[in-house]
Design a protein around this ligand. Sequence first.
Ligand SMILES: *[C@@H]1O[C@H](CO)[C@@H](O)[C@H](O)[C@H]1NC(C)=O
Ligand SMILES: *[C@@H]1O[C@H](CO)[C@@H](O)[C@H](O)[C@H]1NC(C)=O
Ligand SMILES: *[C@@H]1O[C@H](CO)[C@@H](O)[C@H](O)[C@H]1NC(C)=O
Length: 646
Amino acid sequence: MGTTAMARRRRLLLLALALALAAHRAAARFVVEKNSLRVTSPAALRGVYECAIGNFGMPQYGGTMHGVVVYPKADAKACRPFDDSGLSFKPKPGGLPVFLLVDRGDCYFTTKGWNAQNAGAAGVLVADDKVEPLITMDSPESSGTEHIENITIPSALVTKRFGDDLRKALQNGEMVNVLLDWRESLPHPDERVEYEFWTNSNDECGAKCDMQMNFVRSFRGIAQALEKRGYTQFTPHYITWYCPEAFILSKQCKSQCINHGRYCAPDPEQDFSIGYDGKDVVVQNLIQICVFRVANETRRPWMWWDYVHDFAVRCPMKEKKYTRECAHGVINSLGLDIEKINKCVGDPDADKENPVLKAEQDAQIGHGSRGDVTILPTLVVNNRQYRGKLEKRSVLKAVCSGFEETTEPDVCLREDIETNECLENNGGCWLDKATNVSACKDTFRGRVCECPIVNGVKFIGDGYSHCEASGLGRCQINNGAAGMRLGTGRLSLPAHLEQKTNSGTLQNQEAKGCKCPSGFKGDGVNSCEDVDECKEKLFCQCKDCACENTWGSYECSCGGSNLLYIREHDTCISKQSNSSLGWGFLWVIFFGLALAGAGAYAVYKYRLRSYMDSEIRAIMAQYMPLESQEMPNQHRSVVPVDHADI
Ligand SMILES: *[C@@H]1O[C@H](CO)[C@@H](O)[C@H](O)[C@H]1NC(C)=O
Ligand SMILES: *[C@@H]1O[C@H](CO)[C@@H](O)[C@H](O)[C@H]1NC(C)=O
Ligand SMILES: *[C@@H]1O[C@H](CO)[C@@H](O)[C@H](O)[C@H]1NC(C)=O
């Protein structure tokens, strides 16, 4: 075939695809994702302005950046390296970072970003050159832009009017202080983040394919951990096009589409005569969706990351392994159900719809806050398109900024991706210097001042100027200088129980005192621990007596069936009065006296004990499961109130 024929064919193909895309784009809706920019000085400009997040560089999702705006004296469009004009925007030590304001036009946005970064700027603000709504600055598709991958500063487009105002203020010699703010760039409604990755199995598309693969490789571990722990719900997606009706029987559509022109992908090499065809890509994409679906059915959706990673390693196009057989090998190694996957893939040659790919095409169209997906790869977080470089740290920031305050996973709070605002001045929150209990809670989007819960004790207050321990167990904290024994796992009884009983008539102790109940020892502040009466030889030391320690008390039984243990006197007596008349006689008198003397008192104590019993059991139940669930009000000798007053 002649080259002209080939060229004609290529043109026809491009036309065909263009048509398919145009048809799709008739209702296309692209959403410009924004962040806000707050000018803090000069006063005349003070206020909050919107700017559009560039689709390159690293926006600081969930974060903020302070800086001063500088407008270059030369090369205001930043199309040439600033080295040439001897300009540097590195801040002096202790100085604020510089956001370089540059004019739109003459070169790629990415070139401006790259030049600004190399000159030491911390961010780049591009001023639009015409009055129009904000647009998204994208990275170019063409070559000669290798540095795109290396841009790490954030970029934003500002309106022409705001750009003019900034320039004017700077030319008047004013210092312009701004705060770039990405905290509200993504919605963060709840404790789970839903995100989608629109990708492609094609591995021969140059820089973009390499970037996707690098991203999958580096993000896989985090993605899987988040998914396994239920923090995220991830869904992969694939874009397909369709062949316009008139071309379905053309060679082009036959080589690029499956299911009779319904689902197409561009030829990887853009040449039909060599290598793999578009339809091979569609089939592999379809297998990847099916892998996800089948894995998701068995509640292991994260297997997709393993599959995609392994497939790229084991079945690359350049080794001519981009085949179904190779894909099956990977599926088998991962232990996925190949029958189910084949069923999901269906017959690519059949003249009928594939429900899975149909769903993908429908999903491409934007809904709610999300615009249409037209760029590959695209990441969607909480139904909003992510803008910026597809890179682990940057994407993780975006995912983390999608969690409701204080619900983000630990990985979001690691030093390398966030700053802990609580470290400085305790974030301006309440702090008890004596006990180091703080109301400052670091979250991904900044700190919150919230009275804490320490060791099960809830503090209440405004979180800024005061917090106070409340409820059960507050004695542990109120009186304790070193009151925090976090996570020791030791069973401890909140000492306010004693306080409650003592606030009665019994001993008239001051209510402020925190003291352990009878049968327990400790300072009544940090903890109260059971006294082992047997081991400490406090009671039940009679000959032949069997002593058994219980929680808060002890049990004692006398040797011999006709002996009875008398707890009050820690001694054994015979049940048969005649076996030891003298003793028995003595005891009868003694008992009479004791009964008479302790009559009303015993009634009081009985009630008190019942009350304490139920209280203690309620507390205990918080610490450990109780083996038996007796009625808490039943009188048992768990709490030895009896011997406390002897
Ligand atoms: C971009 O970064 C990579 C690795 O960090 C480096 O090898 C490469 O030379 C950089 N490219 C440019 C244009 O600086
Ligand atoms: C994956 O599974 C979850 C829960 O089982 C379900 O809510 C979700 O819709 C599934 N996703 C897909 C794409 O099937
Ligand atoms: C209080 O806690 C902070 C953070 O955990 C720690 O850095 C500091 O040394 C503690 N101060 C005291 C007095 O324990």
